[in-house]
Design a protein around this ligand. Structure first.
Ligand SMILES: Cc1ncc(C[n+]2csc(CCOP(=O)(O)OP(=O)(O)O)c2C)c(N)n1
Length: 639
């Protein structure tokens, strides 16, 4: 695919049936080709790199040993499944990954029969695999079911709920634990300490070395492994190996084994697929394997922009500071001046900016693992004791903790601050990651205060305000750069439930929240060029609404348009419409402009917003339509 790639064996592979025609000894070369291809390709497009470099042998061995797609492999999360994508018919489109109209960076049923279960969020694969296995047995079919889950995902409670159920149902299925000791950041999985201690123990290692020496000397590896397994099951293992935990949950455990010896992996998968009941194969891999810059990087080049293959470095992007960065700075300042405030992340320390708090005030920093539900209830517990937890969780991941937000925080009126990053469309990560629903799912909760900053200064002030208020408070802000404001020092307490009028007008009122405020401002300029005088209001608060301002708007305007980067169903515009519906305003024409009732695919943020008419021109056109005015070509040209 690229001028620099030399991948002769991979070039002959269209799908796994081609791999299964290879001699097992050729698999090493295939793995080398896949790595070369992966590095070349992601260097050009950007995307997830480190995790995929660690699963090359795993993907090849699984597709070699199992008759996919009849046998079903269910990957967790999906960012580590690039090698799987490359060998399941998507090599030729791989250069389009995460781009508008291109293939997804995660798993997608619509994209390929090999993507058995869609993913993007962590810790779903064991539950999904068990469901598939249960359905298979109902249908009287006999294919194999394999789930591949990372050690990071094992910090999520659903993995244990699923394993508990596996032990009960005793379905034939295999869970491959892809253990690289890393989440995005170093993992906080307490159980891995337990593994590491056992693995480091001299008795265990002597025992294991004997077994593998023996296994290596014998041709009939299958028989050998069967006997080894029998011995392990005889009880020695339960004393000496890490499997006890899984065995207690009803799994037969095999491992730990190297995830980078493709030949051994293949043989083991061929072997364990004959075992009955739930089986766990514990595979040790290295994130970033085989690419020096990734092996050396603290985060193993987890997610990258296009980069230089030699150095592994991406060009520095200039421009305004990100909202995440502004939030992180503000939080650290607040934590330093208010001893009650703590920060909580669910395995997203760098993504949320909380790594800054970790560095500067480590005792006030908590990484609870990929456990958003626990993060929220843990925060609620702290709040009962007078602490002020700031739970920094991406919009899409907070969906997991919906009941905890209601049941543990809001009903008890506890003062927890939800710092909701990635509100709105996130871009290349696509529908599993867009923060499209938070205004809807939070707005219905009694007592919840919800705000969205229009710029980075407002973000600082909103965080401060949220910490100073009482009860549950959410502020949601977008992925990406602020508008480039020069920040003033200190913080300002914002009046709750009050919007600000940014531009006076007389023909149409544009009420906007968050990142849409800037677009609305530009739309008003375009409209002005077309002779339409638009008023622009930054509502700031989605809840409580500034009803006095809404009344005043309704008294002066016949045309009102609301703009948001949230689903139109149940979002900010809905709130305004609900309010106006009580007021009997027969002359008011209103349009709710936001994300449609559909899943928005991946692409750059600007492409997506443009395609949905949520850029300045789109907003101007929508306002024009509402008023029955055609936006002139001059305006189109100016945009
Ligand atoms: C519910 C949820 N929270 C957070 C994330 C963000 N996230 C993506 S990958 C990842 C780490 C996963 O670690 P692991 O399962 O060990 O996979 P690896 O990257 O090591 O292959 C996290 C936290 C997510 N995808 N889903």
């Amino acid at each position: 695919m690229t001028d620099s790639s030399h991948t002769p064996l991979l070039d002959t592979i269209d799908d796994p049936s081609d791999i299964r025609k290879l001699d097992v000894a050729e698999l090493r070369q295939l793995c080398a080709d896949i790595r070369t291809f992966l590095i070349d390709s992601v260097a050009r497009t950007g995307g997830h790199l480190g995790a995929g470099l660690g699963t090359v042998e795993l993907a090849v061995a699984l597709h070699y040993a199992f008759q996919t797609p009849e046998d079903k492999i269910i990957w967790d999360v999906g960012h580590q499944a690039y090698p799987h994508k490359i060998i399941t018919g998507r090599k030729d489109r791989f250069h389009t990954i995460r781009q508008y109209g291109g293939i997804s960076g995660f798993l997608k049923r619509k994209e390929s029969p090999y993507d058995v279960f869609g993913a993007g969020h962590a810790t779903t694969s064991i539950s999904a695999a068990l469901g598939v296995a249960a359905a298979r047995d109902f249908s009287g079919e006999d294919y194999r079911v394999v789930s591949v889950i990372g050690d990071g995902a094992m910090t999520g409670g659903m993995a244990y709920e699923a394993m508990n159920n596996c032990g009960l149902l005793k379905k034939n299925m295999i869970v491959v634990l892809n253990d690289n000791n890393m989440s995005i950041a170093p993992n906080v999985w307490a159980i891995s300490n337990y593994f590491n201690e056992i693995i480091a123990s001299p008795t265990y290692n002597r025992f294991r070395a004997n077994i593998w020496d023996l296994a290596g000397k014998l041709d009939h590896l299958g028989d050998r492994l069967r006997r080894v397994a029998a011995r392990l099951e005889g009880g020695i293992k339960s004393v000496l190996t890490p499997g006890m935990l899984f065995e207690a949950l009803g799994f037969r455990y095999f491992g730990p084994i190297s995830g980078h010896n493709v030949v051994t992996l293949t043989k083991i998968f061929e072997e364990v697929q004959e075992w009955s009941g739930p089986v766990l194969v514990h595979v040790i891999t290295q994130k970033g394997k085989g690419y020096e810059p990734a092996e050396k990087d603290g985060m193993n080049l987890h997610g990258v922009s296009p980069f230089d293959k030699i150095t592994g470095k991406s060009p520095k992007s200039g421009g305004a500071q990100s909202y995440t960065g502004v939030f992180a700075d503000a939080l650290v300042e607040i934590v330093k001046s208010n001893e009650k405030v703590v920060g909580i992340t669910a395995a997203m320390s760098t993504g949320t900016g909380l790594d800054k708090l970790q560095r500067e005030v480590p005792e006030k920093y908590f990484d609870v693992g990929i456990a958003e539900q626990h993060a929220v209830t843990f925060a609620a517990g702290m709040a009962t004791e007078g602490y002020i937890p700031v739970a920094a969780i991406y919009s899409t991941f907070l969906q997991r903790a919906f009941d905890q937000v209601i049941h543990d925080v809001a009903i008890q009126d506890l003062h927890v601050v939800f710092a909701i990053d990635r509100g709105g469309l996130v871009g290349a990560d696509g529908p599993t990651h867009h923060g499209a629903y938070d205004l809807s799912y939070l707005r219905m909760i009694p007592g919840m205060v919800i705000m969205a900053p229009a710029d980075e200064q407002e973000l600082r002030d909103m965080l401060y305000t949220a910490v100073e208020l009482k009860g549950p408070v959410a502020l949601r802000y977008p992925r990406g750069s602020g508008v480039g404001l020069e920040l003033r020092g200190g913080f300002e307490m914002l009046p709750v439930g009050k919007g600000v009028t940014l531009r006076k007008g007389s023909d149409v009122a544009i009420l906007a929240v968050g990142s849409m405020v800037a677009n609305a401002g530009k739309a008003a300029e375009l409209l002005a060029n077309g002779g339409v005088n638009a008023e622009v209001i930054n509502m700031r608060f989605i809840k409580p609404l500034d009803t006095a301002l809404l009344d005043e708007v309704a008294s002066r305007f016949k045309h009102v348009i609301t703009v948001e980067d949230n689903a139109v169903l149940g979002g900010f515009g809905s709130a305004v419409a609900e309010y106006y519906a009580q007021k009997h305003l027969p002359d008011l024409r209103m349009k709710i402009h936001g994300l449609p009732d559909d899943y928005i695919e991946h692409g750059s943020q600007s492409e997506l917003y443009r395609s949905l008419g949520l850029d300045a021109l789109g907003i101007a056109r929508t306002a024009g339509e509402l008023m029955g005015v055609t936006i002139s070509a001059t305006i189109e040209n100016l945009a």
